[in-house]
Design a protein around this ligand. Structure first.
Ligand SMILES: NC(=O)c1ccc[n+]([C@@H]2O[C@H](COP(=O)([O-])OP(=O)(O)OC[C@H]3O[C@@H](n4cnc5c(N)ncnc54)[C@H](OP(=O)(O)O)[C@@H]3O)[C@@H](O)[C@H]2O)c1
Length: 333
């Protein structure tokens, strides 16, 4: 296959997103080169643009943690994928571009029943929620989970997965409209601006509390979350939008035998991410074919409108995932 030497990409310059031209990245021995159909936009991209989430060593400086597209080249050690395969993939960076590389183990097939473009919405949040809620906090059928940010990319994924696996899911959202959107997806939603979420969760669970909290707020939320955990409950931190310090009651942890944990995905090893991909392909991907899972897409914008996509995310106007679509006219001959 003849590939162009250059590609269009969106880079970060002085806190702004700027369309530019870059050389095509070259796949290493264990990597594939993907012609990108679409890239998912995630909050960590916004943090990277603002200088608060630098790419890990060795990663592309371009933003973009997930893409879908067609494999157009493979490294010498790649055996699973062939040129022409369509995939969605988790990246350590570099997704806002016409071409991107990633280790072969971080690719998954486009799930049956999902369009190539919409598949770009899946990797970052499915890897994160599966890893944290199901593996790290080992949530089980019949349990109850509380997730803050119910209409975030992470939130809509958590709702879908919990519903598919028989888990009751409560979420918080910042407006009634977002609560309605989360309810339509199958969650019990609490408007954290008009209600005290602690009191509301207690009422909804008849005082029992929840088995797991997936927290993206941190700060003062942590003590409130812990107060809602039932015996042997698990608290998982995945972000600190409200601050990285919390004052908690250690005796409550002892009394209820709580577990407090958390993680970041981007810096984990290729081996870890590849194992997660296998687990997702086996346990989760078949549920797209049956319609139990479906991407929740807020909007599809052209690559050149990446700045608009970030503005929409920063305004909190979105419900579900924002995608950057790489229209064929944007692909160089
Ligand atoms: N640790 C990891 O591996 C990992 C991986 C991916 C993402 N993340 C983190 O997970 C979070 C979600 O990512 P995303 O891409 O899905 O972002 P997103 O769609 O922009 O969502 C951010 C969410 O945070 C919610 N939020 C902010 N302050 C809140 C508060 N005080 N109470 C309740 N909710 C609050 C917002 O809810 P409202 O709009 O309703 O106010 C919004 O839904 C981000 O912080 C991101 O950095 C972590």
């Amino acid at each position: 296959m003849t590939l162009p030497g250059d590609m269009r990409a969106v880079e970060i310059t002085d806190g702004q997103l700027r369309l530019t031209t870059r050389p095509l990245p070259e796949p290493k021995a264990d990597e594939v080169l993907i012609r990108v159909a679409a890239a998912g936009v995630n909050r960590p991209d916004v943090m990277q643009r603002l200088g608060r989430y630098p790419p890990p060593p060795g990663a592309s400086d371009l933003p973009g943690l997930e893409v879908s597209g067609t494999i157009v080249a493979t490294g010498a050690d790649v055996t699973r994928w062939r040129i022409g395969d369509t995939v969605c993939a988790l990246l350590a960076g570099g997704g806002y571009a016409e071409y991107a590389t990633t280790p072969d183990g971080q690719c998954l097939p486009v799930p049956a029943g999902v369009s190539m473009v919409d598949a770009a919405s899946l990797p970052e949040t499915y890897f994160t929620v599966w890893s944290n809620l199901f593996e790290r906090a080992y949530v089980c059928e019949g349990e109850t989970v509380l997730v803050h940010g119910g209409t975030s990319g992470i939130g809509v994924t958590a709702i879908q997965l919990c519903r598919a696996f028989g888990i009751r899911i409560l979420v918080t959202c910042g407006s009634d409209a977002k609560c309605r959107a989360a309810t339509a997806l199958g969650a019990e939603a609490i408007n954290y601006n008009s209600e005290d979420f602690v009191e509301r969760v207690k009422a909804l669970t008849e005082g029992k509390g929840v088995d797991v909290v997936l927290d993206m707020v941190g700060g003062s939320y942590v003590a409130r979350n812990l107060s809602l955990l039932a015996e042997s409950g698990r608290h998982v931190s995945i972000a600190i939008q409200g601050g990285n310090k919390a004052e908690i009651n250690i005796f409550d942890i002892m009394r209820k035998r709580l577990l407090i944990t958390g993680s970041t995905l981007r810096a984990r090893s290729t081996a870890f991410k590849s194992a997660l991909a296998l687990s997702l392909e086996r346990e989760v991907w078949p549920l797209f074919a049956t319609g139990e899972l479906t991407p929740v897409i807020d909007s599809r914008l052209p690559l050149a409108a990446a700045g608009q996509a970030h503005a929409r995310m920063e305004a909190g106007a979105h419900v579900g995932k924002i995608l950057l679509e790489i229209a064929p006219r944007e692909i160089l001959p």
